[in-house]
Design a protein around this ligand. Structure first.
Ligand code: KIV
Length: 283
C-alpha cells in the first residue's frame, strides 16, 4: 500500500487554483512558529531567506547561506505536520551552475525534508528550474521584486510600472510555467499587472504586494504578527506581539526584582529528612 502523506501536496495547490480557492502561504523560520501556522490551518509555509532580516538582523537577504537555510528548514519541518514546506534557495546557491542549483535543491529535500524549493528569477533561471523539476523536486518561482537582486534593482522597489519591465514580468512568468514551476510568487507588482499575469499563466500566482487578484497571498510572519521593526505597505499587522512580549518581559523583570517570582508553585520540594541530613553533614 502506498504511504499516506498528511501534508498538502503541489497537486492540492493546483486544485485550489482550479476551484478558485485562495491559496494562503506565510513564512516560518522555527519549530514553535511552524507549529502555530500548522495549527491555524495555513496550507503552505515558506522558510524564506527573509529570515536573514527577520531573525538574524541582517540588512538584506544576501548574507544567508545554504547551511543557515537547511538549519531553519529542519526546525520548520519538525514543527509542522500538514503544511507543504517550501525552502527558499539563498543567494548564490543556484546562480553559478545548473549542477550547483540541483545539488542545493536536493539538500533542501534530502537533508531538511522540505517538499519544494523556491528560487528567484524568470527567463534567466528557467533552464535550472527545468532540470530541478526533472529531478522530481517541485519548484516555486519568484519574480517582480526579487530581493536577492536588491543591488541590481537599486533598492526594494515596485517592479513593472514601466512597459519594458511589465513585459519582462509576463515573459518571466510564462518561462517559469514552461519550465515546470508549480506556482510563482509575484512580489511588489502593480495589482492590475499581477491580475494580467494571473490570467495569462496556468500555474497559481502567489502575491506579496501584488493585489487581491492573485491566486494566493504570502506574507512575512513577523510583519503579520507585529514583530518587525518596519511594516511594508503591502503588509497588515493582525496582532501586536512585540508590545505583548515586551510587556510580559517587563512584568517578569519587576517580579524577579520584587521577589514575587518564583512562588511555591514554581519551586521543587525536598523531604525535611534529606535537607536535615545535608545540613548535619555541612563541614
Ligand atoms: O524570503 C521571503 O520571505 C520571501 C517572500 C517575501 C516571498 O521570499
Amino acid at each position: 500500500m502506498a504511504p499516506q502523506t498528511k501534508r498538502v501536496t503541489i497537486n492540492d495547490v493546483k486544485e485550489m487554483k482550479s476551484r478558485g480557492e485562495k491559496i494562503t502561504m506565510i513564512t516560518a523560520y522555527d519549530y514553535a512558529t511552524a507549529k502555530m501556522v500548522d495549527k491555524a490551518g495555513i496550507p503552505l509555509i515558506l522558510v524564506g531567506d527573509s529570515l536573514g532580516m527577520a531573525v538574524l538582523g541582517y540588512e538584506n537577504t544576501l548574507p544567508v547561506t545554504m547551511d543557515v537555510m537547511i538549519h531553519h528548514c529542519k526546525a520548520v519541518v519538525r514543527g509542522s505536520e500538514h503544511a507543504l514546506i517550501v525552502g527558499d534557495m539563498p543567494f548564490m546557491s543556484y546562480h553559478v551552475s545548473t549542477e550547483d542549483a540541483l545539488r542545493n535543491a536536493g539538500r533542501f529535500i534530502q537533508e531538511a525534508g522540505t517538499q519544494a524549493v523556491k528560487l528567484e528569477g524568470g527567463v534567466t533561471v528557467a533552464d535550472k528550474v527545468k532540470r530541478i523539476v526533472e529531478c522530481g523536486i517541485p519548484v516555486m518561482g519568484h519574480i517582480g521584486l526579487t530581493p536577492q537582486s536588491v543591488n541590481q534593482l537599486g533598492g526594494h522597489l515596485v517592479q513593472g510600472k514601466k512597459l519594458d519591465v511589465a513585459e519582462k514580468l509576463l515573459d518571466d512568468a510564462k518561462a517559469l510555467e514552461q519550465a515546470g514551476a508549480f506556482a510563482v510568487v509575484l512580489e511588489a507588482v502593480p495589482a492590475r499587472l499581477a491580475a494580467l499575469v494571473t490570467q495569462q499563466v496556468g500555474i497559481p500566482t502567489i502575491g506579496i504586494g501584488a493585489g487581491a487578484t492573485c491566486d494566493g497571498q504570502v506574507q512575512v510572519i513577523y510583519d503579520t504578527l507585529g514583530l518587525s521593526d518596519f511594516l511594508p505597505k503591502h503588509a497588515k499587522q493582525y496582532a501586536k506581539l512585540a508590545e505583548i512580549m515586551e510587556q510580559a518581559l517587563k512584568t517578569y523583570l519587576d517580579e524577579v526584582k520584587a521577589g514575587t517570582f518564583p512562588t511555591k508553585d514554581n519551586s521543587y520540594i525536598i523531604d525535611n529528612s534529606v535537607l536535615d541530613a545535608v545540613k548535619a553533614n555541612l563541614k
